[in-house]
Write a new protein. Structure first.
Length: 342
């Protein structure tokens, strides 16, 4: 594998990790808002218990992503910064609002509900805006003859954009409901578990429909990447199998209390599904960062700089990865935290 392919793999790895973690984080904020008046199920308490230790960790990956772009593909950073100026600014503004209001919602009891509502709503808008980077990178909404200008009117009247937006929202709610179902079961909060299991079973098929809608609109508006994805149709079908496994796992009885479902198996299966689908999409996107002007070769950093950056990433990974594993093991297995009272 050449240096440029290693670099784009690192970058895409950061994109995928952030996408999965952030969707679970943003979705938890929405569920916290939705069930804020349902004290009996304790669904909001479960969502807040998940949000408290994870939202700060999640945001570190978007910093790593930006640093990776500028260190590995500085030649593409100008184009990306120019094209994504408006959506990127909106994302940063919403992230700042959500982070601030999330903190305030836990300390300002008199305003907890309105703050939670704002947190939940922004938690759905942010994934939709983040995923807008993908259809923008397909090229048809950029005027390359006028200084790489993003045509916002054309973008926000495109069915392709709204297919991606809908997929981001559905995936956010689906992944987060699955994880919160698993978290509720581990916490022995079975009423909350039933709620989140039901939500996952409703929203899961919607996310698959939105994925098919993306492919349908992509065929018309970005046929170059659609044709390349169809070359890996077998892998896409295998990824769809992961969704079916997740659905089956939610119906299986597993414990003596008579609670149906194996949510942890479903989380793993769906993550596997997204890994395969992400690979097919990323492979089809190569060698373009922004079609058709910016490629991974034209944006790549100096080879000597890459080696220095790559060694830095390896050292950082060796230092940080055990810490993240330990954090998640405590978070998901510490019985005192899992079963703490409201």
């Amino acid at each position: 594998m050449t240096q440029v392919l290693i670099a784009i793999t690192i970058l895409w790895g950061f994109v995928f990790i952030y996408a999965v973690m952030a969707t679970m984080d943003f979705g938890a904020g929405f569920w916290s808002m939705l069930y804020i008046n349902h004290d009996k199920t304790k669904a909001t308490n479960i969502a807040n218990r998940y949000l408290s230790p994870t939202w700060e960790v999640t945001n570190t990956f978007i910093v790593a992503l930006v640093v990776a772009v500028y260190s590995l593909f500085p030649g593409a950073a100008y184009s990306l910064g120019t094209v994504l100026l408006v959506p990127g600014s909106l994302i940063l503004l919403l992230l700042a609002i959500r982070s601030a209001f999330l903190v305030f919602s836990h300390v300002a009891d008199d305003y907890r509900k309105p703050l939670t509502y704002i947190t939940g709503i922004t938690g759905l808008l942010i994934p939709g805006l983040l995923i807008s980077v993908l259809p923008i990178s397909h090229g048809p909404y950029i005027d390359f003859e006028d200084g790489q200008t993003l045509q916002l009117g054309k973008l926000f009247t495109s069915p392709h954009e709204y297919a991606f937006f809908g997929f981001a929202v559905a995936s956010t709610l689906f992944l987060s409901s699955l994880l919160l179902a698993d978290y509720s079961k581990a916490s022995k909060e079975y009423e909350a578990y039933k709620v989140y299991r039901r939500d996952a079973m409703i929203i899961g098929p919607i996310s698959v429909v939105m994925a098919f809608l993306i492919m349908f609109t992509m065929k018309n508006e970005a046929s170059w990447i659609y044709d390349r994805m169809m070359e890996d149709l077998t892998i896409l079908l295998i990824s769809l199998l992961g969704f079916l496994v997740a659905g089956a796992a939610l119906f299986l009885p597993t414990n003596k209390e008579g609670m149906k479902g194996m949510p942890r198996v479903a989380v793993v299966a769906v993550t596997f599904q997204y890994v395969l689908a992400s690979y097919v999409y990323g492979n089809a996107h190569l060698p373009y960062i922004i079609y058709p002007e910016v490629t991974i070769q034209s944006g790549f950093t100096d080879p000597n700089s890459f080696r220095a950056v790559f060694i830095t990433y390896i050292v950082g990974f060796i230092i940080l990865f055990p810490g993240f594993v330990y954090f998640w093991s405590l978070f998901m297995n510490d019985k005192r935290y899992l079963r703490q009272k409201s």
